[in-house]
Structures are given as C-alpha cells and as structure tokens.
Design a protein around this ligand. Structure first.
Ligand SMILES: [Zn+2]
Length: 372
C-alpha cells in the first residue's frame, strides 16, 4: 500500500459569501482478493470514509468519487481544509472487515491491488445548519450551534503536487508516456524510466517480438522471486504444482520460474486470469532488450502492486485445490528482481489475441479498464 497519496477536491457551487469548509475522506480504490479454501473471491472497490470521526459530517462521499470530476487542491481555493485525524490504516481495516464479512471462512490470504489511496475533500458550509456545498442542501437537521467548526484542526492547501521531470536523464530528450502511465520512454536513446519518489530510475525492459501490422504490445512485470514453503524454482516445478498435462522435458529444471503479472489495470477477475495464464505459460522465448516499435499499451500498475499479487496468482493455479489450504499458509514469496516485458497481442475485431499463449482479452474490457 502506498504511503504517498494524492489529494483531490470535489468542486462546489456555493455562493461566494459562504465560508466553505472542506472535510477530508480517505478513499480506497482498487482490487481486493480473498483466498479461501474453495477458491479466490474478488471485488473491485471504490469506497470512502471520514478521515475525522464526527457525527456531524456524512460518513462517506458516496458515489461522488466516481460520478464527479475531481480536482487537485490549489492555493487559490477559498475555504478551510480540515485536517485528517484518523490514520488510513484504521479505515483500511474497516474496509477489509466489511468486504470480508460475506466470504466463507477461513480466509487464507488477502491482497489489495491497484494504486489506491487518496484523500478527497468534500465542500460544506455553515448557516443555520451544516450544508452540503455541492447540493446546497442541509446535511442533517442538527442546528449549527451544536458543534463548533473551530474544534476541527485546519490546514492550508499548500501541498506539493510534484510532477516528475519528463526529460530523459540520459540524453535530455522529451520522454514519452501516455496519460496515467507510470513508465516513461525515451525514443532517442531507447531507454525507459520509472518514477521513484521525485526521481526517475532506469527500468529494465524487454520485448517478445511480434509480427503483423495489428500488433499491440501489452506490458507485463516479469518477477523473479524467492519462494519458500513450496518447491517452485523451475519450469519443471511449475508443471507439477499447476498439474499441467505435460511431461517434464530435459533442461526444464534449469529454466527458472518467474511470475508474469499484467502491468496495467483490469477488472479483478480478468487481471487474475491473465496473470495466472501467462505465468503458467512461462514465456521462454529469448527476450530482446529493446522497446517495441509498434503500439504499446500504457503501464498503469506499479510493480509494487504486481508484487503484492504474486501470492494470489500462485493460489489461482496451484492444484489440487483440496491441498491448497494446508500448503498455502507456509508459503513465503520474496520478490528479487523485475523486468517490464512487452508481449505482442494481435488486434482483431473484438479481441486482443496472443496466439502463442492462447489467450484473448475482450477490447471492451480493456477500454473500460481505463477508469479503474
Ligand atoms: Zn534518452
């Protein structure tokens, strides 16, 4: 879970003479996976919760986080920004409890994946009562004398929104990256960069070469990990653990096992299916350490999140299911190194198809995933 987060403001329509108060809400957006004895359940969530415990303000922003355009706070925004008092950790525990409630017990493992944490300020103002400044309607019947707005700590909206430099640290050329992408590419010196804090770090990347005019390259995090509690070091081990209908060939014990996790956001079910499918396929063709010349789908899922999803991916393909429960608790996975690999898919009428690994992704599903 990121400890760095964005702050957003919901725009309001209050008249100028009202003193607007911005009340903070923690927002969690992402995929939740729960692994139980009978399989994996998932949810896509976009939820919010008060960052200050109080009975006077609404408990969450409801559907506004999805339905309204969010803005970054700026110093010219008039109003009081109330300071969050409740740490996100406590709110997160609450969310988990809520989503875990409906699931069969025991829960062996859970993961939240997706760039997910932010603070949303929702606007209010005080008259005879507390008013919602978006609807210009009272929040409740409680008269405003009952609570004192000065009991809440305020802060000014001088938060740094630092945008990482977009010049290539290597050659000074303009870096390219689609909107929302995490990976920036220099087409001049053929390098690739990844923001870590305020700096850009070089990223190891490679491609599996594609052919044909309709190729689109989808990015995957290929991750090498130390795995204990289960024998999963090689391709031969994978065949046993996933119970693949294949005979282990000579040399396969020397082919190191790696996770292949999508580096872009998808609906949770499809994300897990794709991670599991490509990981089980273990692409073994020689990789070319060059950027593809063709179209590249933006990388929007940080490697940190991909690492978080390794255990759930493993749970997805381990067979037989019956033994999962006793074996899974002892498994530890420790990521060691990663490379961003671009895998070619053929764009067809309704789907992106990867013929070598026999998997198709519906184009609508990809398009809809942009907003996740
Ligand atoms: Zn460059």
């Amino acid at each position: 879970m990121a400890d760095d987060f964005f702050r957003y403001v919901l725009p309001h329509k209050a008249e100028d003479h009202h003193d607007v108060v911005f009340f903070p809400y923690w927002r969690f957006k992402g995929m939740l996976f729960f692994c139980g004895p009978s399989g994996i359940s998932n949810r896509f969530v976009d939820v919010s919760h008060q960052a200050v415990v109080t009975p006077y303000f609404p408990i969450s922003v409801g559907v506004r986080s999805q339905a309204m355009k969010l803005r970054f706070p700026s110093t010219d925004m008039a109003g009081r920004f109330l300071k969050p008092r409740l740490p996100f950790k406590e709110v997160a525990a609450n969310f988990e409890k809520r989503f875990g409630k409906s699931l069969p017990k025991p829960i062996l493992h859970q993961a939240h994946i997706g760039e997910s944490l932010s603070l949303i300020y929702s606007p209010f103002y005080l008259k005879d009562k507390l008013y919602d400044a978006i609807l210009n309607k009272p929040v409740s019947a409680t008269p405003s004398e009952v609570f004192n707005i000065d009991d809440f700590d305020a802060e000014s909206p001088h938060w740094h929104i630092h945008f990482v430099s977009t010049l290539c640290p290597n050659c000074g050329w303009d870096l390219e990256g689609q909107r929302d992408t995490l990976v920036l590419i220099c087409k001049n010196c053929d390098s690739s960069w990844y923001p870590v804090g305020k700096k850009l770090k070089p990223l190891k990347y490679a491609q599996i070469p594609g052919h044909g005019d309709n190729t689109i390259y989808l990015p995957f995090w290929r991750i090498r990990a130390d795995i204990s509690g289960i024998d999963l070091k090689s391709y031969a081990d994978l065949i046993r653990i996933a119970n693949l209908p294949k005979t282990v060939q000579k040399g396969w014990t020397d082919v190191p096992f790696r996770f292949w996790i999508p580096a872009f956001k998808l609906r949770p079910k499809i994300f897990l299916r794709l991670a599991s499918h490509i990981t089980v396929s273990q692409p073994r063709k020689e990789l070319i350490p060059e950027l593809p010349a063709g179209r590249i789908h933006p990388s929007t899922l940080p490697v940190k999140e991909a690492i978080e999803s390794m255990a759930i991916t493993l749970a997805q393909f381990m067979k037989p299911r019956k033994t999962l429960m006793e074996r899974f608790n002892n498994i530890h996975i420790d990521a060691k190194s990663f490379t961003l690999v671009f895998i070619p898919f053929n764009e067809e009428h309704h789907e992106f198809i990867q013929h070598d690994f026999q998997i198709a992704i519906n184009k609508n599903v990809m398009a809809l995933s942009k907003n996740l």
